[in-house]
Design a protein. Structure first.
Lengths: 300, 353, 330
């Protein structure tokens, strides 16, 4: 019996120094914080989120309020970024536009993620006919050019914010499904997944308790990297008039309208354009940083 | 033995009141009924596709194996890579579905059980994996890993009961219970293997299959784990199927030894007979190939020629004939059966008949 | 000090360390030894004892961020640590060759084994393409490769582990090195294949007269192959001597523990003796003797300062130990 207990002291270093305990997330957050650029991106995203959440309190004007007398004013003390063709404050419209852009990005990716993770996990875990069916469907979806596909869905569903969510969700679920399928196929052969089955765990338990949590970091990276794509597609859809409908403010739609005035009033298109660029860049940098931070191979 | 653990309900089941030496226990069981585990003519073939249009052949990882395991005994499966020892272990707990043959556990054929009944049966059959890194979910705390079997079979009524049970199990395997909230990657290989053992014994199984449980560990840590496994066996009366390529370790822990070569048993006997008077040329070569750390011991070494053939394309007749120093024309043609050569000692070699 | 031949390679006070979060980890800390021509020196220890880092330091292939910080490695009258990199490359693989544990990762998967061996020959020996190919086939035949003509055209993944290790040995021997470093050459192989590889290495050693540095955790392998043995623990040599002395009359408690912890085929006992605890973290070694926390015979003296290396026995049956107990006994 004696030898059994001796090793228990081994978790401590030779001089009683305990090996520090750190969970998966604490460790990842620490490594995320080590990268300055990522922190900058995170701050930008936090500001954007705050703008979107508190838009009514922050924006200087009502984004819908038209003051035709003030139309197409340049930036100035009264309107920091100027006004549009109907005399609406551009800054306020951009702040409200952040609501649309961020929610389109998040919601569409959550929809895509739910469909993709569910189908990907089923295909990867069960294989066989389910896998063939889901994989072929994925290939069909992936075969269409993205924007054309979004346009086609929007034509069927009709314009509107909710429909943009659905269209973009349907557009990108295949990314999630393909990734999760591959990961699940790999992880289901891992010994810890088999250990759960030996203990009598059901398939659902293996998937939910072991496989998906271990896919989580890749999924979250894909979400952060998928959001900017969705924001851009929404902008494109709104630009061609199939996305968010006026008088609601959306960055893409603002650029679309600004195009008519670009020759004599360039400020109008610069502001929403910059907003898109900054947001997309911030998401991309943050996503890349997150991927590095969550990569198990880079753990100590 | 004085820990609270031994008194808890699941551990009382089937534990003899006093420690009974393994030999006596085997005797008792022989007296009353069927063995704990009965494997009959088990086969596992893996299909391989050679291309998009041809179906290809099959890898005969396991090609007709019979095995009985009695309550409380340790049976070792020994052999080199590709001999099918791991496949056999996995087929017994149905991590792999056998191609044909039967596995009866306590008289019930596992293949005929409905999936819920099979899940319940799995309580009594557990598995210890080789790799102490891959076998623990990196996202779970040690406490959650050990509690998983308890959760699955809904053994604990409350969180408090669950954590106290986990603490007891951790103490039993020599882990400090305060590590329950830590993650496995913070521990050393030996301690991780203790977690794997803790998970396997949490439900107090009647049979534990140990798949190379010490081969990934350092020499001095190996001894700790082997001692732990032996100690747990005397306390809880489990039977072990001990899969290993290391005959030194097997000699230390096994009661009976089955030597495998390319998906078949070539020799099965009590430990004493296998190590004292090996009959099969393969067993003899295997034993002589092990380096002995005492430089005073001088032994005749049998160096086998050639490589282990691929199980996808095993040799005709006796599968060992390509490397056997005593092979004859008969060996090339006739596949020998496992025959009793002495009481309890079976050997599959044409020269023995 | 060895009983055979002239000294080929001499390592003096080697220091190699790796930076780590908790400070500098001294993976090799003051290791010194000589290897003579035709001699096999065994280095044993558990993972993390510094045996592999010692080997990598000798051929100057310690991976970043590790650094050889001090000491001398004398070969052919010169200190290898001082040589320019170009000159070192000519020695490495040519005069000092190494065999690794996992042959799959040391062979290039997209080149045939024949091409890899002949490349080494052309590089080091300056042979022409045809000559190199002919020598390659000779080498493969020498390591008992069946059908060398045909198998030379195969890729590493088409070969079994034992065959790959034969290729590695052929590659290591193709330039008739003076020193052959084997780092756990058979750990990844099956026992019957291990026996083949061992006898192959022995055979080649007696043919070429190379000095062999045999690094392993397996005391059995040491007993079969080595002439002299070095036991390492936490970056230091704890015991050194002839095979007979070290394995039959171990002086250091660690060596003794290691010998008793291994289940042995020639001995049947109940419970195995155990060395409690585990190998310490090299960045925060215990004070005094590094083995003290795991040592059953540790005393006050062991806590005070690291023990000095004590030598016993004559030149022909050399025995040295790094332990306070041995000192107080003598």
């Amino acid at each position: 019996m004696a030898p059994v207990d001796k090793d228990s002291a081994g978790l401590f270093g030779p001089d009683g120094l305990a090996v520090e305990s750190r969970g998966f997330f604490a460790d990842s957050v620490l490594r995320l914080c080590a990268n300055r650029l990522v922190i900058l991106a995170a701050v930008v995203l936090a500001i954007l989120a705050a703008l979107a959440l508190f838009a009514p309190f922050i924006s200087p004007y009502d984004p819908m309020k038209q003051t035709l007398a003030d139309s197409l004013h340049g930036p100035g003390a009264k309107h920091l970024l100027g006004t549009d063709e109907l005399g609406r404050d551009i800054l306020s419209r951009i702040i409200y536009g952040a609501r649309i852009s961020l929610s389109v990005g998040l919601v569409s990716q959550l929809i895509a993620c739910s469909i993709g993770v569910l189908l990907g996990a089923i295909a990867g875990f069960y294989g066989g006919f389910a896998d063939t069916l889901i994989s072929r469907t994925m290939e069909i979806f992936a075969a269409f050019p993205e924007l054309l596909f979004a346009i086609a869905i929007m034509f069927v569903l009709g314009p509107g914010v909710i429909n943009v969510f659905i269209a973009l969700g349907l557009l990108s679920w295949t990314h999630y499904a393909r990734l999760v399928r591959g990961q699940v196929m790999l992880l289901r052969e891992m010994e810890y997944a088999q250990a759960c089955r030996v203990c009598g765990g059901s398939n659902a338990r293996v998937i939910i308790r072991h496989l998906l949590p271990n896919c989580f970091s890749t999924i979250i990276v894909l979400v952060t990297l998928g959001i900017p794509g969705a924001i851009l597609t929404e902008a494109s859809l709104s630009y061609i008039g199939l996305g968010v409908q006026p008088p609601m403010a959306s960055w893409g739609q603002m650029i679309s309208t600004a195009q008519q005035y670009v020759s004599f009033y360039p400020y109008y298109s610069v502001a929403p354009g910059l907003a898109i660029v900054i947001t997309v860049l911030a998401f991309n940098i943050f996503g890349d940083g997150l991927r590095d931070a969550l990569d198990p191979r880079l753990r100590r | 033995m004085s820990s609270k653990f031994a008194d808890s309900a699941i551990f009382r089941r089937n534990v003899p009141e006093e420690k009974i030496p393994i030999e006596d226990m085997a005797f008792i069981v022989e007296g009353n009924s069927a063995p704990l585990l009965e494997v009959k003519d088990l086969k596992k073939w893996f299909r391989v596709s050679k291309g998009a249009f041809s179906s290809g052949g099959a890898v005969r990882a396991l090609d007709g194996v019979d095995l009985d395991v009695r309550v409380g005994e340790t049976v070792a499966l020994v052999g080199e890579s590709g001999c099918g020892k791991s496949t056999l272990g996995r087929a017994i707990v149905r991590l792999l579905v056998p191609t044909s043959g039967s596995v009866r556990f306590e008289g019930e054929n596992l293949a005929s059980l409905r999936s819920e009944t099979l899940q319940k049966k799995r309580r009594d059959m557990q598995f210890i994996f080789q790799d102490p890194y891959a076998s623990l979910d990196p996202r779970m705390t040690i406490g959650d890993v050990i509690a998983e079997p308890l959760d699955i079979h809904r053994i604990c009524a409350s969180r408090a009961e669950r954590s106290s049970r986990v603490g007891e199990i951790m103490e039993t395997v020599g882990l400090n219970p305060s590590y329950a909230s830590r993650y496995a990657h913070e521990l050393s290989g030996g301690q991780r293997q203790r977690i794997g053992i803790a998970r396997a014994i949490a439900l107090h199984p009647k049979l534990v299959i140990c798949d190379e449980p010490v081969s990934a560990l350092d020499v001095s840590i190996q001894a700790q784990i082997i001692n732990l496994l032996k100690d747990l066996q005397t306390r809880f009366g489990m039977a072990y199927i001990f899969i290993s390529h290391d005959l030194n370790v097997v000699r230390h822990i096994a009661d009976r030894v089955c030597v495998m070569y390319l998906g078949k048993f070539v020799e099965t006997a009590d430990k004493r007979d296998i190590f004292g008077s090996p009959r099969h040329p393969y067993t003899q070569a295997l034993l002589s190939a092990i380096p002995v750390s005492n430089p005073r011991v001088k032994r005749e070494k049998i160096v086998l020629k050639g490589d282990i053939p691929s199980p996808a394309n095993p040799p005709s007749g006796c599968r060992f004939h390509t490397r056997c120093p005593a092979a004859t024309e008969v060996c090339r043609q006739v596949s020998p059966e496992l025959k009793e050569v002495a009481p309890g000692h079976r050997c599959a070699c044409s020269r023995m008949m | 000090m060895g009983d055979s031949g002239t000294v080929v390679l001499s390592v003096k006070n080697l220091q190699t360390s790796f930076p780590s979060r908790n400070g500098k980890a001294r993976a090799v800390d003051g290791v010194s030894f000589d290897v003579g021509r035709g001699e096999t020196l065994g280095i044993v220890g558990e993972s993390g004892c510094g045996k592999s880092v010692t080997a990598l330091s000798i051929i100057r292939l310690v991976g970043e961020p590790g650094r050889v910080e001090g000491g001398e490695i004398l070969y052919g009258g010169r200190d290898l640590l001082e040589l320019p990199l170009g000159e070192m490359r000519r020695i490495r693989g040519n005069k000092i060759a190494m065999i690794f544990q996992e042959p799959m990762t040391s062979l290039n998967p997209v080149l045939t084994v024949g091409a890899q061996i002949s490349e080494a020959l052309r590089l080091h020996e300056g042979l022409g393409k045809r000559e190199a190919m002919a020598r390659t086939r000779e080498m493969l035949a020498m390591v008992n490769f069946p059908a060398p003509e045909k198998r030379a055209k195969e890729y590493p993944h088409q070969l079994s582990g034992g065959m790959r290790q034969r290729v590695m040995i052929a590659m290591a021997l193709c330039c008739t090195p003076d020193v052959l470093i084997c780092d756990e050459p058979t750990t990844a192989l099956d026992v019957t294949i291990q026996a083949q590889i061992i006898s192959l290495i022995e055979e080649q050693k007696s043919r070429t007269g190379a000095a062999v540095l045999m690094i392993t955790h397996d005391l059995g392998l040491i007993s079969e192959m080595a002439d002299r043995v070095i036991v390492m623990y936490a970056g230091k040599i704890v015991e050194e001597g002839t095979k007979m002395n070290v394995l039959t009359n171990p002086l250091h408690p660690y060596t003794e523990g290691l010998l008793n912890a291994v289940p042995r085929i020639d001995r049947d006992s109940g419970t195995l003796d155990v060395i409690p605890g585990m190998v310490p973290n090299l960045a925060c070694l215990p004070e005094g003797c590094a083995f003290r926390p795991r040592c059953s015979r540790a005393s006050e003296a062991c806590l005070m300062s690291p023990p000095r290396f004590e030598t016993l026995g004559s030149d022909s049956s050399f025995h040295g130990v790094n332990c306070w107990l041995a000192e107080s006994a003598s």
